[in-house]
Design a protein around this ligand. Structure first.
Ligand SMILES: *Cc1c(COP(=O)(O)O)cnc(C)c1O
Length: 377
């Protein structure tokens, strides 16, 4: 069976976890957490990166920093994971879903302004498949309407938009290190903070409302409870696991890119014949091969394709059921404008196996089966 995902593993993870244990500092913000934060800061150029227990929690932290309150409206795509909306619903804010662009499956930046009301507080671009949203337009709208931008860059580490790392352009950016992402620590994430002015408050909110981070740096001689907060910092053992992968980030990304290019090349003839569609990478964007998806003609063809592949030992999967059709989406959010592409495109999309170490022979086998499926129809 060819799995859809196999969590990345480099071989050094256990050594680093052992080291974290030997350091006798396995709680948060130990040696490996600091190393991961520094790595992210250096690689992306963000002012500050803070490892968190998940991308969901990084987003929660961002909603607290952005002072999102009950009744505030937040513009986001409906085609995303529930975490994008959860953090806002938790604060009593209203997710206002807008339609996506069919080429990248990202929110359609041309539809944002029409969804803005006096209650709008933030825009949440989700960089689907690690391919950037149209950030120049989004940042310009945010500036003109005085809105906060929180990037859901859960899938976007190592990708860029006009040379800038995803997660660094908005006020806040959120990465995920869940086991399904390019680099993993089991469960985990990071908050990227663009402006120095937000760093101190973020450190306090993340450390149960205390100024413990300052205390650890020796800037104060005892720490105390200074604000509300929560516990958003992961154990250093998890950070140790992640650091082994960040060290090999270029190698892992190159391996995934080779797989992505291989799929693209092999399936291009089917695209030329108009039988299926392949991902689009807009000019100015580089991506991280987080995902390889294809789009079939419609839901019926996609369903048949997934079961055809499963019978041939290939686990290919669909993706998000649009949030505005989910029970919580109906309860907490609303869709603004017309759902021209969100439902239609999500029903056509199938993700093919993609992981670090997937072999070229396996990609060939998968492509052979996709070709066979379409030629038998
Ligand atoms: C994975 C993912 C999340 C959630 O990440 P966690 O680390 O599991 O909280 C949020 N948004 C998107 C787009 C994701 O792909």
């Amino acid at each position: 069976m060819i799995n859809f995902n196999v969590p990345p593993y480099t071989g050094k993870e256990m050594d680093y976890i052992k080291k974290a244990v030997e350091n006798q500092k396995i709680c948060g913000d130990g040696e490996f957490t600091r190393k991961c934060n520094a790595w992210i800061e250096e690689k992306t150029g963000t002012a500050k990166a803070l490892l968190t227990t998940s991308c969901t929690h990084a987003t929660e932290l961002a909603t607290l920093l952005a002072d999102i309150k009950e009744g505030d409206e937040v513009i986001m795509p409906s085609y995303t994971f529930c975490s994008t909306a959860d953090a806002f619903a938790l604060r009593g804010a209203v997710p206002v879903f807008i339609d996506i662009r069919p080429d990248t499956m990202n929110l359609d930046e041309k539809l944002i302004e029409d969804a803005i009301t006096p209650k709008t507080k933030a825009i949440v671009p989700v960089h689907y498949a690690g391919v950037s949203c149209e950030m120049d337009t989004i940042l310009d709208i945010a500036k003109r309407h005085n809105l906060v931008v929180i990037e859901d860059a859960a899938q976007g580490i190592m990708s860029t938009y006009k040379g800038k790392a995803l997660g660094t352009m908005g006020d806040f950016g959120c990465f995920s290190f869940h086991e399904t992402k390019n680099f993993s620590m089991g469960e985990g994430g990071a908050l990227l903070i663009r402006d120095e002015k937000d760093v101190e408050e973020a450190e306090i909110l993340r450390e149960k409302g205390t100024n413990r981070s300052k205390f650890f740096r020796g800037q104060i001689d005892k720490y105390t409870w200074v604000n509300y907060g929560s516990s958003y910092l992961p154990s250093d053992m998890n950070a140790a696991y992640l650091y082994a992968q960040l060290e090999l980030a270029d190698q892992i990304t190159a391996d995934r890119m080779a797989t992505w290019e291989h799929y693209y090349k092999r399936l291009s003839p089917l695209k030329e014949k108009g039988i299926l569609e392949l991902p689009v990478i807009p000019e100015g964007c580089t991506h991280n091969a987080h995902m390889f998806y294809i789009k079939a003609e419609n839901l019926e063809v996609r369903t048949a394709l997934l079961s055809y592949l499963k019978e041939r030992e290939i686990l290919s999967v669909f993706h998000y059921i649009p949030l505005h059709s989910a029970p919580a989406g109906l309860k907490y959010g609303r869709f603004h404008g017309e759902d021209k592409y969100t439902t239609k495109e999500s029903e056509r999309l199938a993700r093919l196996p993609m992981w670090y170490g997937l072999k070229p022979e396996q990609v060939d086998y998968i492509c052979d089966q996709v070709e066979a499926f379409f030629s038998e129809r």
